[in-house]
Every structure is written in structure tokens, then in C-alpha cells.
Design a protein around this ligand. Structure first.
Ligand code: ATP
Ligand code: MG
Length: 306
């Protein structure tokens, strides 16, 4: 497995408080890694350490499978594009001019990189407009364009969906999925899981500086759990029958709804047949996927929206 980012016991203390506490992050090539945590959980501090903007108090950062040290950090940084918190621009200049200044500062000889990046984020039509006239979503996109200018292998985006309306979030999401398809690895932080859940392949949940969980989105979904709900004519009788059929079934009854938490051994077909054979009318049966947001809230013991 090829790791693009790995941290080992990465920590940052401010005074005596650990903002980041022994973090072991694993981001593999091609991941869109959702780095989720409430306000103050340590996302930006971690990202600053990844980018060598602040020094860790302990632990190590590995980028592109090499431990980062003073000697190789600039070689690594050349392969990374990043936005931390809100990107700043020269407001009296156009989007295109802002990118061109960045291009010159970054020593990128290829002038067409500006147009390419603007196209990638869907800003070609507005490239001549002064950035003070840009909407928040346009500024976020311009920030991503700037991060992409030198065609990095890894994109690190700190809360790029912050403050955007639902449409803006969908646009950023589609754009990042496209960028990922070009073979880039993306680490994206957010304090709202549902905003980025749809696009990520892997999720790391940070809480009070600690990584509570890290797994593929699919594994997360499984852990969150699925239930199956039957709307039936005789719910109590149905629950009894299901209990007899499914060993150790986790069942709850609410009015005419019988809810069964799904385990490996469940068999929906058999259950429906059993109910019908016992003269119970099954009006509806549907699988309910617990939301990742609920799971996140349960894990972190609080609201995902702070
Ligand atoms: N320079 C600093 N000096 C002292 N404490 C700091 C400093 N930077 C961050 N902290 C503290 O570290 C903790 C983590 O902050 P951080 O900015 O990393 O959180 P975050 O997850 O990015 O939050 P948000 O979602 O609000 O951006 C907070 O308690 C914060 O107050
Ligand atoms: Mg932050």
C-alpha cells in the first residue's frame, strides 16, 4: 500500500494542553480522505504540522512514504497544494491576475497552468472579474485553483465547504471528485460530516485532538448499522415471530412499525414469508441506513454542527 500521508503519534501541545494527541493518520494514494472533527478538535493544527508550518511537540510526519525532515521538506511541499482556513487574495485584482502572481512566485514557467486551473474549478468565465466581486463559493474555488496551479499530487483542503450553501457544496464536491479522478490524493477537513460524506473514500474522526476512528467509508456505513422496518397489521405478534426466527434479534416496536437491526444472518425473504404465513399483513418493508452524522454525534458525544 502506498501511503501519501502517515503520521505516527503526532502531537502538538499549546502550553500544557494537547491540541493534537498522538495522531496516527493513514492516507493512501488516490484517497479522498475526510478529516472530520468539531470546532477546536485539532484539524487545522494537524494540517499546519503536515505542511511544516508549525513544529510538532512529538511524533513524526511521513509524506510520500518518507519521514519529513528539514532536508527534504521543500521537495515534498512541491508535490502538495493546500488551502488553510480562508484563502486570501489581492481583492483589487482579477482571479486570473491573482493566480498569475502566484504562478510567478511559485516559479511555474508554464503560463497555461493558470487557464488550466481556472477551467478545472469552473471559473474560466469569471477570470477577468476582480476578486472582491467574487462570491464566497467563487473564492473557495479560486483557492482550490491556486492550490492546483503546480499540478500537485496531494491536495490538502482545510474546510473548503465552510459557509457555502448546499448548491455550492455540491459544486465543490463534484469538482473534487473530478480532480481525484485525475489521480490526485485529497485530504479534506470539515466539521460537518454530511457535507463531505458523499465524496470521501476514507474517514478519520478527530475529537479533542484524538483520532477516534479511521476507516473506509464503506466500513463506516456498516458500523453505523442498517435496520429493516416492517409496517404490519399485528406488530407485537410479528416481533415475537421474528425473535423466534432470528437468534438474538434486536427488535423494537413502535405503533405498527417493527424495526429489526440487521445482522449478517438476517433473511428478509424468510421473515416476510413467516409473517404472511401467520396471517400478518406486511404493508411495507424497507431498509433504513443509519446516518453517518448520527454515528458521528454518538461517537463524539455532541453535535456535529457547532
Ligand atoms: N496558536 C495557538 N495557540 C494556542 N492554542 C491554539 C493555537 N492554535 C490552536 N490552538 C488550540 O488548539 C485547539 C485545536 O485548534 P484547531 O484550530 O486545530 O481546531 P480545528 O479543528 O481546526 O477547529 P475549527 O473547526 O474551528 O477550524 C483549540 O483548542 C485551539 O484553541
Ligand atoms: Mg480549523
Amino acid at each position: 500500500m502506498s501511503y501519501i500521508i502517515q503520521t505516527k503519534e503526532l502531537s502538538k501541545l499549546f502550553k500544557k494542553t494537547a491540541a493534537v494527541d498522538k495522531l496516527n493518520l493513514n492516507v493512501t494514494k488516490g484517497d479522498i480522505y475526510g478529516f472530520i472533527g468539531q470546532n477546536g478538535s485539532g484539524k487545522t493544527t494537524t494540517i499546519r504540522m503536515l505542511l511544516n508550518l508549525i513544529k510538532p511537540s512529538g511524533g513524526t510526519v511521513e509524506l510520500f512514504s518518507e519521514t519529513v525532515s528539514g532536508g527534504n521538506i521543500y521537495r515534498h511541499l512541491k508535490k502538495i497544494g493546500a488551502i488553510i482556513e480562508t484563502p486570501g487574495f489581492y481583492l483589487n485584482l482579477s482571479g486570473e491576475e491573482n493566480l498569475d502572481i502566484h504562478r510567478i512566485m511559485m516559479d511555474i514557467p508554464d503560463r497555461s497552468s493558470v487557464d488550466r486551473a481556472l477551467k478545472l474549478v469552473g471559473l474560466s468565465d469569471q477570470k477577468g472579474k476582480k476578486t472582491q466581486q467574487y462570491s464566497l463559493g467563487m473564492k473557495q474555488r479560486l483557492g482550490i485553483a491556486r492550490a492546483l496551479l503546480h499540478d500537485p499530487e496531494l491536495l490538502i483542503l482545510d474546510e473548503p465547504t465552510n459557509g457555502l450553501d448546499p448548491q455550492g457544496i455540491v459544486e465543490i464536491r463534484d469538482m473534487l471528485v473530478n480532480i481525484s479522478k485525475q489521480g490526485k490524493t485529497i485530504l479534506i477537513s470539515s466539521h460537518i460530516l454530511s457535507e463531505i460524506e458523499k465524496m470521501v473514500s476514507r474517514i478519520g474522526i478527530l475529537h479533542n485532538g484524538k483520532l477516534l476512528e479511521e476507516s473506509s467509508r464503506e466500513d463506516f456505513r456498516k458500523k453505523c448499522g442498517q435496520s429493516i422496518q416492517y409496517r404490519v397489521s399485528e406488530p407485537d405478534k410479528a416481533a415475537e415471530l421474528i425473535k423466534k426466527l432470528v437468534n438474538g434479534a434486536d427488535i423494537s416496536v413502535n405503533e405498527d412499525l417493527v424495526t429489526l437491526r440487521i445482522t449478517e444472518s438476517d433473511n428478509n425473504g424468510k421473515i416476510i414469508k413467516l409473517l404472511v404465513e401467520n396471517d400478518i399483513e406486511v404493508k411495507e418493508s424497507k431498509v433504513i441506513q443509519a446516518s453517518l452524522e448520527d454515528y458521528f454525534i454518538k461517537l463524539t458525544g455532541g453535535s456535529g454542527h457547532v
